[in-house]
Write a protein that binds this ligand. Structure first.
Ligand SMILES: NC(=O)C[C@H](N)C(=O)O
Length: 328
């Protein structure tokens, strides 16, 4: 029989709606634990409650702790797959952090739910079942960390939460899902390219994320670096541009050795060094700004955070943000 490691971290999938107020609340006893008989035919399950947190309470420190537990479990016993239940609000960030920092071919699949355990149409147990089927499937090997909800299989790198409440909230805007789950078969139709990994053991640095807007005031950036950030990600405009008033602040950051990474605030596409005007992508690249090539802001923030913890930060920034995208 196959072996599955099931790790709970909290989120709506582990919550219930209060009978009186209808507010969705953290459950003392995880409602999923009473449903494990539904997975019994698939595998022998080892279940562990790592946290019981709503996902807005999850920090990179929790992600690091989760990563260490996975490493330790995979080093001491054989598991055919790992499933992690997680709140959906920051699920993509934990998935991407694990994808960046873990080095294993064992399938690791995150799942969650949009409706809590006792709500009509609750999607948690169903998502847990399909995520487990994917994690135990031989084709899930060596595909990096995956996210499975609503019968779709997404990569940690591509996926994002796109809707506040709809059960089909998880989408990969640039590439679509890499596979689908049906009642009978699991159909992988794409093989993702693996992202370069940035292994880390500790977290001491701070990286901020700012959304750029028309007429953005330079004082915001000044305020950020006066409060001790080690790196900044800007969600720029369009193909990767910012208002010219911000450029002197970007220069100050460069002089202080604080790396700046640029992504686009657009929902789809890649930030690039196309425009040569003041604050345009070409101008920013010439000033040493790094481009995150299709990552969204919250994931670029984690990539920069991980890069800042490498022994040779410049090499890590180049290795991660530049070299994989250069044409021969
Ligand atoms: N659907 C969910 O899981 C949302 C919840 N606020 C969480 O992320 O914990």
């Amino acid at each position: 029989m196959k072996k599955l490691l099931l790790l709970h971290t909290g989120g709506t999938i582990s919550m219930h709606a209060d009978a009186e107020s209808a507010a969705v609340m953290t459950s003392e006893k995880n409602p999923l634990s009473a449903e494990l008989d539904k997975l019994a035919a698939l595998a022998e399950i080892e279940e562990l409650e790592v946290f019981n947190l709503p996902s807005p309470h999850i920090t990179p420190q929790h992600m690091l702790e989760l990563k260490s537990i996975i490493e330790q479990k995979l080093a001491t016993s054989h598991f055919d797959g790992v499933v992690i239940t997680h709140g959906t609000d920051t699920l993509e960030e934990t998935a991407y952090f694990l994808d960046l920092t873990l080095q294993t071919d064992t399938p690791i699949v995150l799942t969650g739910a949009m409706r809590s355990s006792n709500e009509l149409g609750a999607d948690g147990v169903y998502n847990l079942l399909t995520a487990s089927r994917v994690a135990l499937h031989k084709q899930a090997n060596a595909k990096g960390v995956l996210v499975v909800l609503n019968d779709e299989i997404h990569t940690a790198e591509g996926v994002t939460k796109t809707h506040t409440s709809n059960v089909s909230t998880f989408q990969s805007p640039s590439y679509g899902p890499i596979g689908h789950v049906t009642k009978k078969i699991i159909h992988f139709h794409h093989t993702p390219l693996r992202t370069p990994s940035l292994p880390i053991a500790t977290l001491e640095k701070r990286v901020g994320l700012l959304k750029v807007y028309a007429g953005m005031e330079p004082e915001i950036i000044e305020a950020i670096f006066n409060t001790g950030y080690d790196g900044i990600v800007l969600e720029g405009l369009g193909q990767g541009n910012i208002p010219p008033a911000l450029v002197p602040e970007i220069e100050k950051l460069q002089h202080r050795g604080i790396p700046v990474v640029l992504v686009s605030r657009c929902f789809n596409g890649i930030a690039l060094d196309v425009y040569g005007y003041a604050g345009g992508g070409r101008d920013l690249k010439n000033r040493g700004v790094h481009f995150a090539h299709g990552l969204n802001g919250q994931k670029a923030r984690l990539a920069l955070l991980a890069a800042l913890h490498q022994d040779d930060v410049d090499k890590a920034l180049f290795h991660f943000f530049q070299s994989p995208f250069e044409e021969d």
